[in-house]
Structures are given as C-alpha cells and as structure tokens.
Design a binder for this molecule. Structure first.
Ligand SMILES: [Zn+2]
Length: 127
C-alpha cells in the first residue's frame, strides 16, 4: 500500500505534428493540463507525503519554459514530435530530476490536450 498526491497546472501552448497525416500537422493550440502524481509508503512528521505547495512549485517551474510558446520551437521538441505522450515523458524526466534529490518519488505525469483526451507516462499500474 502507498500514499499518493497529485497537483495540476495548466499552460497554453501551440504545437504541430510534422508529417502527421491529419489536421494536427497544422499549427494549433491547446490549454494543456498537466498533472503530476507523487507516491510513497510513508508520511512525514506533518502527516504528509509531500507539501502540496512544494509539489506545485516544482511542476510550475518545470512547465514555465513551455507556457505561451510554440512547443515545436523549444528543446527537445525541435526534434521530438510534441504529442501529449512525448510531453508527458519529457515533463516526467525534468520533474523527476528536480524532486529526486529530496527523496520524493514521482510516479506519473498525465497530460490532457482537451477534457476528453489524456496521455500519461510513469509507473505502470499493477507492475
Ligand atoms: Zn494538438
């Protein structure tokens, strides 16, 4: 058994999927909602897995360079298709490196391109 917490942050950003045979090959924008989930078996002396403010701050710092931008113009999306799946993976890696030093485990990053479409990257459930 383990505890988990999640925080969300939304950003506005444009993207296009080069070479994709569909309308996503044209530049368009989304309000991306990014959720980071942290987990662990033990709570700290305050009865928390992690302070929500600390989690929010780490996520906001990670997303800042991408807000109000064209993702295709920002590393690594100059060479990697900025799909929701790849955005989830890159945010996971950047955020994980921020919190790892504090001994906090990032378990999953979920990215919504719209209220009905989500991609995630992280530990697979049940594994
Ligand atoms: Zn799109």
């Amino acid at each position: 058994m383990s505890f988990s917490i999640a925080v969300r942050k939304s950003i506005s950003a444009a993207h296009l999927l080069p070479g994709y045979p569909g309308r996503c090959s044209k530049l368009h924008g989304h309000t991306w909602v990014v959720e980071a989930e942290f987990s662990g078996p033990r709570l700290n002396e305050h009865g928390m897995l992690m302070d929500f403010d600390e989690a929010k701050r780490a996520l906001e710092e990670t997303l800042k360079p991408y807000d109000h931008s064209n993702l295709n113009e920002i590393d690594p999306f100059t060479r990697l298709a900025p799909t929701a799946e790849n955005v989830a993976k890159i945010v996971f890696e950047l955020l994980e490196s921020k919190v790892k030093a504090q001994g906090i485990r990032l378990s999953c990053v979920r990215v919504w391109e719209s209220p009905s479409t989500m991609a995630s990257y992280g530990e697979s459930k049940g594994a």
